[in-house]
Design a protein around this ligand. Structure first.
Ligand code: PMP
Length: 365
């Protein structure tokens, strides 16, 4: 500790608005069933591992040079994947969608600006707002975790936020928003509306993506990630689709060469295996629906889910249930509204372990 034993964070010239705050910190534990961060449980196939290795080796030859600052090839491949008439000029990529969201707040938020979100929702939205010194306005969701369109429009008109966050499907509740709600908010918002679609590929039949609104609403930004459906959480590749003017604005705040040559090469390779990677999504959606049915059949309350996780309850002492599960090697997430817990959909084997452990933890075994 360099001998300065009495020295702590309190002795640093930390920004006043960061004092006493807690960092994001989902536990990273080695247990039987890791079901706490909405990762995809299926690792890349041996063929894809090989292809990624080759791509990384080819990229390594040029590592004395900075990467393509514009990530041209990758943005084109992402645009092709999205469809909806999206072009490379509409796409921007960064190290995870968290960095995408941070760049959006750096460009459009900051001191004197507000970001507004509908909670419970993704805990990083207010944390990234804090990091960029953007005032956070929290508007409550309805009792069934929906966003009331009229109340949302009223809140947007009252607070005039530079950035509105709509998470659909929402984390941690799994709730997807009707397009009409997104549209009403986009029409009323004085600034940009970020539709965080990190879990888009897991939506149930008939739930639309906000991609179809991009042509009509130049203030809509759709944020996506390769961390979930693409099973590439370790790569750190998030991206957005928006009007090219939004992409221009983000150039003002992005660090030059932020996306490494290796990241770009690996992400491009994964996109070439999109069909293979996304084939597991159908399996996970079916496993999710079966989990919802099973939980309801056992008397638990369950929020409808369009994502790869399920929010369930209610537990007067949810910490006790969480700990009971962990004692049996099952790591889930204590997050969201009190009395509820969130579990990520894993493999059939992991879900069997979870179900058995939950029955024991809740005295139903
Ligand atoms: N948005 C939502 C709603 C999320 O749940 C997550 C990950 N938990 C992210 C964004 C960020 O994911 P990543 O940075 O890995 O793209």
């Amino acid at each position: 500790d360099f001998g300065h034993t009495g020295f702590s964070i309190d002795d640093l010239p930390l920004r006043d608005d960061l004092r006493g705050q807690a960092p994001y910190g989902a536990p990273q534990l080695t247990v039987k069933a890791v079901l706490n961060t909405n990762e995809n449980p299926y690792p890349p196939s041996p063929e894809l591992v090989e292809a990624i290795g080759r791509a990384a080796a080819e990229a390594a030859v040029g590592l004395n040079r900075y990467p393509d600052r514009e990530a041209t090839a990758l943005r084109q491949a992402l645009a092709d994947y999205l469809g909806h008439g999206v072009d490379a000029a509409n796409v921007w990529a960064a190290n995870g969608s968290n960095e995408i969201l941070q760049q959006i707040l750096q460009a459009f938020g900051g001191p004197g600006h507000k970001a507004l979100g509908f909670e419970p929702s993704y805990s990083m939205h207010p944390i990234i707002a804090r990091g960029t010194a953007t005032e956070w306005v929290s508007v409550p969701r309805t009792a069934d975790f929906d966003v009331d369109a009229d109340a949302a429009v009223a809140a947007v008109k009252e607070h005039e936020p530079s950035v509105v966050f709509l998470t659909s499907p929402n984390n941690p509740t799994g709730t997807a928003l009707p397009l009409a709600t997104v549209e009403a908010i986009a029409a009323a918002a004085p600034g940009v509306v970020v539709v965080d679609e990190a879990y888009a590929e897991f939506r149930r039949e008939g739930t639309p993506s906000a991609l179809s609104l991009l042509r009509t609403y130049p203030n809509v930004i759709v944020s996506r990630t390769m961390s979930k459906a693409f099973a590439m959480a370790g790569v750190r590749l998030g991206y957005l689709a928006a009007h090219p003017a939004v992409v221009d604005a983000l150039q003002l705040v992005r660090l030059p060469y932020h996306l490494s040559t290796v990241t770009q090469a690996v992400a491009l390779t994964a996109l070439r295996y999109a069909d293979e990677l996304l084939s597991a999504v159908a399996t996970l959606r079916a496993e999710r629906d079966a989990l919802v049915d099973w939980l309801r059949a056992h008397g638990f309350e369950v929020a409808d889910s369009d994502a790869n996780f399920v929010l369930f309850g209610r537990f007067p002492d949810r910490s006790a249930v969480f700990q009971h599960l962990l004692d049996q090697g099952v790591l889930i997430r204590e997050v969201g509204p009190p009395e509820w817990l969130r579990v990520t959909v894993g493999t059939p084997e992991e879900m069997a372990i979870f179900r058995e452990a939950l029955l024991t933890a809740t005295g139903r075994a």
